[in-house]
Design a protein around this ligand. Structure first.
Ligand code: GLN
Length: 536
């Protein structure tokens, strides 16, 4: 570890869902805007090796990094805020920690010692935390500890933080995110839950340096003094975090509370410049003052839980801002769509996205929706499974293969227009075995995709097992569905589009993972633009 790498830990108290990820990303943004190199890491206390095998209902979206790690959705926030890619090292789970330690034990690496939570598990946790520091790429590492202080399963992480604080002194600090609830009957903000959660941290040997207090009402001077007194922190280290109308407000709110200053002082680092947040403010200004408004639809099967499509929702916000347009999203359950009601459900939409997904549920609804937007010339963006459904729909309706399907849903179909890759056929394990991460794609000149990207060679992130079946390619192209993006190494089809349609694009990859505030993704930007034009 380079001797001057600084480590900031973010723990959570009182309840989950206080927004540790957003606070971590906001602090990182401010430090970056002062001229520091920063990255953020998430430690998740569950026993799955990664969230790749988790149902989105359990844990929201699975976010995929350039290097093909299947990770927690908070990493999406880190990238969207910092505009710097994350990697496998940015997300560690208890499952991964134990797997590494147990593998070492089987190799005999512990030389006959009893393998224990302390020191073996905590050592492995510390090793994972320091990995990012050792790359030499970052001056500051922010590590978010998943869960709430006091949870049984996060104890080894808290113990590792205690040890690191002891070992690193001023190079290490702890921010505790907590809740100050408002009791309307008493008309008062209550500090007791925060006092208790800091006491719990103290029992584990950790004195937090900063308290970020989530609250629905402003914290008075008196309340701040009271929290500081009971929790052994300086008054200026009691940071108010009011509910925000958009997550993109939070960095500026934290700047106003001087969180970045307090943190740099604790770490004994120079303040450098005032945070340069001009581009960010420009983004927020446009977000809050749109000059037009449209309604688009997203069709998926997890719409009860918006977190399942977090990156798509955020990419749409970025694209709306670029077009100075407020994009209202209608979330439509794919299981509810059929040929009888599709006009009623989709008729007033200016653009439609069909979402990624796995398995059979809701497939026919997605296909009915695609037929409708294809025939009614409504702008369409199909992502991963959404693209595969567009291929199936075209095969059924235009090529005339009524049974056309993906072998994922219908292994015996005579027309497997979407099929397993040869190399995938022998794989039976589910974890980490998909086509994952960044792959190159070559785009045909003169295509819509080329207009979108403005160049012929791109890289995009993948997460899927099934592929367009090239046996049918010539037939598709002769009838008007063109493969305009191809992987130059494997010849796999990555982009399809329709010749006779104002804007109909399906992509096998996930553009949403790469859209950030500073660099909105061109596919979403142009899809929204096409949808705005469809209004006219
Ligand atoms: N289920 C499809 C496949 O595995 C699509 C995956 C996705 O949409 N991410 O290929």
């Amino acid at each position: 570890m380079s001797s001057n790498t600084k480590y900031i830990f973010v723990t959570g108290g009182v309840t989950s869902s206080l927004g540790k990820g957003i606070i971590s990303a906001s602090l990182a943004k401010l430090l970056q805007a002062r001229g520091y190199t920063v990255t953020i890491q998430k430690l998740d206390p569950y026993i799955n090796v990664d969230p790749g095998t988790l149902n989105p209902y359990e844990h929201g979206e699975c976010y995929v990094t350039n290097d093909g790690a299947e990770t927690d959705l908070d990493l999406g926030h880190y990238e969207r805020f910092l505009n710097v890619p994350t990697s496998q090292s940015n997300n560690i789970t208890t499952g991964r920690i134990y797997q590494t330690v147990i593998n070492k034990e089987r190799e005999g690496a512990f030389l006959g010692k009893t393998v224990q939570v302390i020191p073996h598990i905590t050592d492995e946790i510390k090793r994972c935390i320091k990995l990012l520091g050792e790359t030499g790429d970052f001056e500051i590492i922010i590590t978010e500890i998943g869960g709430t202080v006091g949870d049984i399963e996060s104890l080894p992480y808290i113990e590792a933080v205690r040890q690191m604080k002891w070992e690193l002194g001023h190079d290490c600090m702890v921010i505790h995110l907590t809740l100050i609830p408002y009791l309307s009957a008493a008309g008062e903000l209550k500090t007791k839950p925060t006092q208790h959660s800091v006491k719990t941290l103290l029992e584990y040997g950790i004195q937090p340096d900063v308290l970020v207090c989530r609250t629905e009402h402003q914290l008075s001077k008196d309340i701040r003094r009271k929290i500081a007194l009971f929790c052994n922190v300086q008054v200026n280290a009691v940071i108010e975090s009011l509910d925000a109308s958009t997550i993109y407000d939070v960095p500026l709110m934290m700047m106003k509370e001087q969180l970045d200053r307090v943190v740099l002082q604790k770490l004994k680092l120079p303040l450098k410049q005032d945070p340069n947040m001009e581009q960010w403010k420009d983004f927020l200004g446009k977000l809050k003052n749109p000059t037009s408004e449209i309604k688009i639809g997203i069709i998926g099967k997890y719409i009860e839980l918006k977190d399942a499509y977090k990156s798509i929702a955020e990419a749409i916000i970025h694209a709306g801002v670029t077009n100075e347009c407020k994009v209202n999203v209608e979330w439509i359950h794919s299981e509810k769509v059929n040929e009888g009601n599709v006009n009623e459900l989709l008729g007033n939409l200016k653009g439609v996205i069909v979402a990624p997904g796995f398995g059979d549920r809701g497939i026919e609804g997605k296909i009915a929706a695609i037929k409708f937007v294809r025939e009614h010339k409504i702008p369409f963006l199909g992502i991963c499974l959404g693209m595969q459904c567009a291929v199936i729909e075209f095969a059924r309706d235009v090529l005339g293969y009524a049974d056309a399907h993906s072998t994922e849903m219908s292994p015996k179909t005579k027309h497997p227009v979407i099929d397993f890759m040869e190399a995938q056929k022998k794989i039976t394990a589910k974890g980490g075995t998909m086509r994952l991460g960044l792959y190159p794609c070559k785009i045909a000149k003169g295509s819509k995709a080329y207009q979108v990207y403005g160049k012929g060679n791109i890289m995009e992130r993948h997460r899927h097992r099934y592929e367009f079946n090239n046996k049918f390619l010539a037939e598709f192209e002769s009838k008007g569905m063109l493969a305009t993006g191809i992987n130059p190494d494997s010849n796999l089809v990555e982009i399809v589009e329709l010749k006779d349609h104002p804007w109909f694009v399906g992509v096998q990859f996930h553009p949403e993972y790469r859209s950030t505030v500073e660099s909105p993704h061109p596919l979403f930007v142009k899809f929204i633009k096409a949808s705005m034009e469809h209004c006219k």
